[in-house]
Design a binder for this molecule. Structure first.
Ligand code: NAP
Length: 247
């Protein structure tokens, strides 16, 4: 895949979908900045794997819900490499509960981790990439933001917000030659879905037209496309990666 830019920051890249995105983008020749919050060892393992495969990677610690930490991480990258070409806002959490049991704190924590952090990243990208008049941003949203889900009112609100916000950034930033897109994964095998019971997983799988949960690599390939030169006329798009579960 062809990339005009040279480097990328992937948030929450110590494990799961973020780690796979980091490895995939490194395989296409980008220098990958692996953001982690607490999982230093896991992040180092991702870096080691990338380097063993002949790629370039570096670590940058930040809790992306904290604007000063997230923006400082981006400044670190710009100071080291002279620019930041691409950003993948991947970090996210769940705190599932039926709405009647969900506290406002449960709601706000998920909004902060999934939506506010993505706003901070998108805004910083507008500033730093905007100066160079080049950049592409992909936000990792979710199928739940499109179809809703019992027990996930907080998560659905956060990801629905990410979708709407991505379109708004796309409109606001196009004059600076920046593209903003999102992907909405369905049920992907990671720690996040590992917590679901076998019964719940089997039930979901029954309803997925392709008949199985997705692999993180399948999300990573969609992200690579949306960042790359091959999607140069695509902005404000919400790309489903869900095996046909919601079409
Ligand atoms: P995961 O395995 O639980 O990994 C989440 C990653 O996000 C971890 O690296 C975690 O770092 C990081 N993170 C969380 N909060 C952070 C913060 N405040 N600052 C920095 N890093 C933070 O989750 P995943 O399944 O790979 O999910 C990745 C993204 O895909 C999320 O946005 C999720 O909503 C979305 N998604 C997942 C699925 C799925 O089926 N798995 C489906 C649709 C969408 P720590 O190790 O430090 O906690």
């Amino acid at each position: 895949m062809k990339f005009t830019g040279t480097n990328v920051l992937v948030t929450g890249a110590s494990r799961g979908i973020g780690a796979e995105i980091a490895k995939t983008l490194a395989s296409f020749g980008l220098k990958v900045w692996i953001n982690y919050r607490s999982g230093l060892e896991a992040a180092e393992a991702v870096k080691t794997e990338i380097e063993a495969a002949g790629g370039q990677a570096a670590l940058v610690k930040a809790d992306v819900t904290k604007e000063e930490e997230f923006v400082a991480a981006i400044k670190t990258i710009v100071d080291a490499d002279g620019q930041i070409s691409y950003l993948v806002n991947n970090a996210g959490i769940t705190k599932d509960k039926l709405a009647l049991r969900m506290t406002v704190d449960d709601f706000n924590d998920v909004l902060s981790a999934n939506l506010t952090s993505t706003f901070i990243g998108c805004k910083a990208a507008l500033k730093f990439m905007g100066k160079k008049r080049f950049g592409s941003i992909v936000n990792i949203s979710s199928i739940i933001g499109e179809m809703g889900n019992a027990g996930q009112t907080n998560y659905a609100a956060s990801k629905g917000g990410v979708n709407a916000m991505t379109k708004s950034f796309a409109k606001e930033a196009s004059a600076r030659n920046l593209r903003y897109n999102a992907v909405t994964p369905g049920f992907i095998q990671t720690d996040m879905t590992h917590a679901l019971s076998d019964e719940v997983k089997a039930n979901y799988e029954k309803n997925i037209p392709l008949g199985r949960m997705g692999d993180a690599k399948e999300v990573a390939d969609a992200v690579a496309f949306l960042l790359s030169d091959h999607s140069s006329y695509i902005t404000g798009e919400i790309l489903k990666v869900n095996g046909g579960l919601y079409v």
